[in-house]
Design a protein around this ligand. Structure first.
Ligand SMILES: [Zn+2]
Length: 301
């Protein structure tokens, strides 16, 4: 009788302790950065239920998860599957920041194209949209980034997203600064292309040039990352490669102090590529391709 009471009390204590630990996880870390960004009230958004569910099911890894094995033990006691996943997430020690491009909230502000630059560019833009799928680019980008996070976590990476929903406004420089602050090993920007011509097709990587005025020291690693991701992506999807475009006009790339690539996954204005990219099974291929490229960049090249 007494023994079972004591056992009950211990269980309650362990659970309470566990809740305390998980309660102050990385959400605070990521959202702290985002809090400074003005957000607006959610619009219609298909995201409210569906994406909230995904978010719940796949919490990002936390600094505490990486640092403390005690936390992991408490999590084991709780029997929480999510926590078990987190234990695996830090397995290979690499941090990847994924940046789903654009958002439904577009700031009207401008920002310097690179640190210290007098040249200003729009802080963000609304992106393109699907000619047949009806998806906006920011919706597609987020879908892929969230699936890619799960895939990369399963492969041992610690993964962060620059935005978790479609109603968070964040500028290109702010996206890069998140990757800088998290000391990412790779910063991967997820985008899709648009064109006036419905026949334009194929995937492309975007990378800084060797003479980038802001962060040229990142060129060789960013180029290697761009090649690895693009090549593995087209191998898996069968999309044609438009190669890696080297340019110093991309604000998010210029502000990144860590290896950075921007992947244009395909054309949403091309009916064939648009319907494929919106397809559940095809999205798995896209995600596998990008993850293969990340593995190549870190462990094969
Ligand atoms: Zn875009």
């Amino acid at each position: 009788m007494l023994k079972s009471k004591r056992l009950k009390l211990m269980t309650v204590l362990i659970i309470a302790f566990g809740l305390l630990l998980t309660g102050c996880g990385e959400k605070a870390l990521v959202h702290e950065t985002l809090e400074e960004v003005p957000t607006e009230v959610k619009t219609e958004e298909e995201t409210t239920t569906e994406e909230a569910k995904i978010e719940e099911a796949t919490p990002e890894a936390t600094a505490t998860d990486v640092a403390s094995s005690d936390d992991a033990e408490v999590a084991e006691d709780e029997g929480s599957e999510d926590e078990d996943d987190n234990v695996q997430q830090s397995a290979n020690g690499k941090i990847v920041v994924l940046d789903p491009g654009h958002s439904s909230v577009v700031s009207g502000n401008t920002e310097p194209i690179g640190p210290g630059s007098g040249e200003y560019k729009a802080a963000d833009s609304s992106g393109t949209s699907g000619s047949t799928s009806g998806l906006t680019e920011y919706q597609l980008n987020l879908q892929i980034a969230q699936k890619l996070r799960t895939e990369l976590q399963n492969r041992g990476y610690t993964v962060y997203l620059t935005r978790e929903d479609n109603s968070t406004g964040i500028s290109c420089a702010e996206r890069a600064q998140m990757a800088n602050n998290l000391n990412a090993d790779a910063f991967i920007r997820i985008h899709a292309d648009g064109s006036d011509s419905s026949s334009a097709s194929g995937a492309m990587g975007i990378c800084i040039t060797p003479s980038n005025p802001y962060i040229s020291s990142m060129y060789s690693e960013s180029r290697r990352l761009s090649d690895a991701v693009l090549n593995a992506y087209v191998a898996e999807t069968g999309f044609s490669s438009r190669g890696v475009w080297e340019t110093d006009t991309m604000t998010g790339n210029n502000w990144s102090q860590v290896p950075c690539t921007l992947l244009e996954m395909g054309f949403m204005t091309n009916p064939n590529e648009d319907s494929l990219m919106a397809d559940e099974a095809f999205q798995s291929k896209m995600v596998t391709g990008i993850a293969n490229g990340v593995d190549t960049y870190f462990f094969t090249d």
